[in-house]
Design a protein around this ligand. Structure first.
Ligand SMILES: [Cu+2]
Length: 501
């Protein structure tokens, strides 16, 4: 939303006469230009074009043709192991090697000749249902393809809009849950209004046998899928896909467009960008735009196009505003905006870490992943545990005990040179963090009587690393906490009702 528009709206809300008169042209933005009628009957013009496909978060360049063409799409299904979180691997089934699959961009009226290849090393048959197709199954019946084979079918892109495509081979929800979806944009003649940056983001829910962030290769959990109880809800196929140095970017003053879709299979998205207001939302991926939107609802198997201008530099967080998904299942992405401050629009206090949780620290992914690799090799050193624990401490324990561990008396006790840590047995310390701690305690001569909530929603090794960090730095000397230690205490102590198991 522009500053000017905000001011005008503000003045109007105060009841200015000028705003009530119908002659004030600046009160509302001009409607988008009406698209010329599409030619969806004449033969395609010129030589066939091989479509440029892009991996997320990128999209192919806008189409400049003013006539329909024959467009050839080559899309290969690849079944491959990829990270879904730091140190957690998952066997994804993909259209083009990525989750979501390659972005396809065509023009209304184009004849699309679709080639679906199923890589010979794959184990499953697959097909494709494109919501942009008018015809039974959206192409599914004509595209059933065994490993090592290729199918071909053609369709005319009759309707403009942003459409989901997905695999529709039985069991369909399982193929979708493994990442088999993507977006195809059918541009109206003349295209969409010009913007400076265009990105491609899709949300999906994933179901693993291990709990959230339990490390190693995680198998698919069919029952969790049936129960609609996702272990992960993420953007672009993994927790880390759009964070840190993989964040999408823009410069102050630029117009940003996100082509956003939900693959599902189960959850819808309350899509929101923290700190932004969408100037325009092409609701449900159609051609009409709603304006000034905070959060937009996107169904499973549906899409939206959001446009907004970034006025102030900083990190903007993409979330599913169904917030447990953002904070406890991974639905977080970042848009990093560079440029000059505008203290009138925003005064400039840094709030990132409040929202970013343990993704706020630099290089968390690598540190945690390295620690995981070593743990699997059975060689986790104290230093590696401390490094991984330090990365996770920021945004987890630091929320209360403060980034420097000095606490916030009289509410949160210090962890630095803590007399309580020194005097308490290792098992009791682990139990306190895992199961929560309350009631009167004394730390370094000061009395505390607060409540530390159970941290049992965190994975055993992450907890072990954080405690090892706290217990062996910050002036404490207590020794290592192993993943097995945490697992043992978890198994032998009851959790209070409502705590995660
Ligand atoms: Cu499939």
């Amino acid at each position: 939303m522009t500053n000017l528009l905000r001011m005008i709206l503000g003045v109007c809300l105060l009841g200015s006469v000028a705003c009530k008169s119908g002659t004030n042209a600046s009160a509302a933005p001009p409607p988008p230009p009406a698209a010329p009628p599409a030619d969806v009957t004449s033969a395609p013009v010129g030589a066939p074009i091989v479509a440029e496909l892009t991996a997320p978060p990128f999209v192919p360049a806008p189409i400049t043709r003013d006539k329909p063409a024959k467009v050839i799409v080559n899309l290969e299904v690849q079944e491959k192991e990829l990270p879904i979180s730091d140190g957690v691997r998952y066997t994804f089934w993909t259209f083009g090697g990525t989750v979501p699959g390659s972005f396809i961009r065509v023009r209304q009226g184009d004849i699309v000749e679709f080639h679906l290849q199923n890589h010979p090393s794959n184990k499953m048959p697959h097909n494709i249902d494109l919501h942009a197709v008018t015809g039974p199954g959206g192409g599914a019946a004509s595209s059933f393809t065994a490993p090592g084979h290729e199918s071909q079918f053609s369709f005319r892109a009759l309707n403009p809009g942003l459409y989901v495509y997905h695999c529709a081979t039985a069991p369909v929800p399982m193929h979708v849950a493994n990442g088999m979806y993507g977006l195809i944009l059918v541009e109206p003649p003349g295209g969409l209004p010009k913007v400076d940056k265009e990105y491609y983001v899709m949300q999906g829910d994933f179901y693993t046998v291990g709990k959230y962030r339990e490390k190693g290769l995680q198998p698919f959990d069919m029952q969790k899928g049936i129960d609609e109880n996702p272990t992960y809800v993420v953007f672009n196929g993994s927790e880390g896909a759009l964070v840190g140095d993989k964040a999408i970017t823009a410069k102050v003053g630029e117009k940003v467009r996100i082509y956003f879709g939900v693959g599902g299979p189960n959850t819808t998205s309350s899509f929101h960008v923290i700190g932004e207001i969408f100037d325009r939302v092409y609701t449900e991926g159609g051609v009409h735009a709603q304006e000034q939107v905070q959060t937009t609802m996107v169904p499973a198997g549906g899409s939206t196009i959001v446009d907004f201008t970034v006025n102030v530099p900083g990190t903007y967080i993409l979330v599913d505003h169904s917030l447990f998904r953002a904070f406890n299942k991974g639905a977080v992405g970042m848009l990093k905006v560079e440029g000059a401050e505008d203290k009138v629009v925003y005064s400039g206090k840094e709030v990132d870490s409040v929202y970013l949780s343990d993704k706020a620290g630099p290089g968390v992914g690598t540190t945690v992943a390295e620690a995981t690799a070593s743990a699997e090799a059975g060689t986790l050193t104290l230093e590696q545990q401390v490094a991984a624990g330090q990365a996770l401490f920021a945004g987890t324990c630091s929320t209360c005990h403060q980034p420097d561990g000095k606490g916030l008396p009289p509410t949160f006790p210090p962890l630095v040179s803590s007399s309580y840590i020194a005097a308490t047995s290792m098992d009791a310390l682990i139990g306190g963090v895992l199961n929560g701690l309350s009631g009167p305690i004394n730390v370094n001569g000061v009395d505390y009587n607060g409540v530390m909530p159970p941290m049992s929603y965190l994975a055993d090794d992450d907890l072990a690393n954080m405690m090892t960090y706290v217990f062996n730095t910050m002036g404490n000397k207590k020794g290592k906490v192993s993943k097995a230690d945490v697992a043992r205490i978890r198994a032998t102590t009851p959790r209070p009702p409502g705590a995660a198991h």
